[in-house]
Design a protein around this ligand. Structure first.
Ligand SMILES: [Zn+2]
Length: 127
């Protein structure tokens, strides 16, 4: 089995699941942004760490897009560059409901983008 890259996560259940067979498939969702107030799922994020955020990474989003569509949420591919525990830059592309352009931003701009995502929840407009 493939060892965990960072040495921080235990992959016992993931490796056990993979031994069930190649057609018993599953994915993990990296982040599910949801509204603090009404618990609506706002967006699913597929996240990958990269060395250069200027170009979109090759990362499958098929199942994440199906999940996002299934809960009527947006879906995003996110790539980030970090040093130590500090996130330096983020690349972002909307993949649900439609494919958007690849955008590069600072970590603080990404934080502001996340705040705006949460502020866009319909419950905050009384819906
Ligand atoms: Zn809400």
């Amino acid at each position: 089995m493939k060892p965990e890259r960072t040495g921080l996560r235990n992959l016992d259940i993931r490796n056990w699941h993979r031994r069930l067979g190649g057609w018993i498939t599953a994915v993990d969702v990296d982040l599910a942004e949801y509204c603090y107030f009404c618990k609506r799922v706002l967006a699913l994020l597929e996240i990958v760490r990269v060395k250069d955020v200027r170009h979109p990474p090759r990362k499958a989003t098929t199942i994440m897009r199906k999940l996002a569509n299934g809960v009527s949420a947006r879906g995003y591919l996110v790539a980030y560059r970090s040093e130590g525990e500090e996130v330096l830059e983020v690349g972002l592309r909307r993949v649900v409901p439609t494919w958007g352009a690849w955008r590069v931003m600072s970590a603080s701009e990404f934080g502001e983008w996340l705040i705006m995502l949460h502020l866009s929840c319909p419950c905050l407009r009384g819906e």
